[in-house]
Design a protein around this ligand. Structure first.
Ligand code: PEP
Length: 255
């Protein structure tokens, strides 16, 4: 059975104290809600990681993740953060390839594939994001775009390593815009991704990988989206900054 995952992406929000306080609110509410094959992951700025991870240690199925890492091991890379450093905070996951990293910080597929390798080498679970722009959706080239992101970003991984990652389909036009892919649009892409995995690896691996949807997911639309057979949860931006909304999304799997 695939893991059902709700991951929050706090982006560059909240100072240390605000982050600790939001995480306490979230964990107090979710601790009795997260069942066997469910996971809740909070991806925060680096500054929060150690404090949140210390708190999540005692909780089943609640994890902390970073939002980026360096593809380099260590050394003269001022301002960067390494996989070892992230791991040493107690965090277990890392978002790689978020569309904001791709678009604003020019991270290309080659860089992202190196970051994925580095994360896996150090025992961090990548939450690898792919997604098309509005223009690519409208021109109909989006399946090719997604295929290229998969091929160049993660399809070089061995069966064993690929089985460790989480994928997130995040249409760029839906991130932070209030526009959500319809459940049917999201399902169509998730099924496509799973088919691509099956042909690159095999059906068993394709069936076991959790693929999250991200893009203006909220308590009102999450249930309908998560009900689709190839959608295993969500990567949640804006709504993860409100504990009640985030909990309502986590609880979609409990009804
Ligand atoms: C995100 O940043 O990954 C995201 C999905 O944001 P939002 O939910 O705000 O669209």
């Amino acid at each position: 059975m695939r893991k059902k995952i709700v991951a929050g992406n706090w982006k560059m929000n909240l100072d240390l104290q605000e982050g600790i306080s939001l995480f306490s609110e979230i964990t107090n509410m979710v601790k009795d809600e997260v069942r066997g094959n469910q996971e809740v992951i909070v991806c925060s700025s680096f500054v929060h990681l150690a404090s949140l991870a210390a708190h999540s240690k005692s909780l089943n199925n609640v994890f902390v993740g970073a939002q980026n890492l360096s593809q380099e091991e260590k050394g003269a890379f001022t301002g960067e953060i390494s996989a070892t450093q992230i791991k040493s905070t107690g965090a277990s996951h890392v978002i790689i390839g978020h569309s904001e990293r791709r678009a604003i910080f020019n991270e290309d597929n080659e860089t992202l594939s190196k970051k994925t390798d580095k994360a896996l080498e150090h025992g961090l679970t990548p939450i690898f994001c792919i997604g098309e722009t509005q223009e690519e959706r409208e021109s109909g080239s989006f399946f090719d775009v997604l295929k290229k992101q998969l091929k160049e970003g993660v399809f070089h991984l061995s069966d064993v390593d690929f089985s460790k990652i989480v994928l997130a389909y995040e249409p760029v036009w839906a991130i932070g815009t209030g526009l959500t892919a319809s459940p049917e649009q999201a399902q169509e892409v998730h099924a496509f991704i799973r088919e691509e995995i099956a042909s690159q690896y095999n059906q068993e691996i394709a069936d076991s990988i959790s693929i999250l949807y991200g893009g203006s997911c909220n308590p009102k639309n999450a249930a309908e989206i998560f009900a689709k057979e190839d959608i295993d949860g969500g990567l949640i931006g804006g709504a993860s900054l409100k504990s009640r909304d985030f909990l309502d999304i986590v609880n979609v799997f409990n009804v």
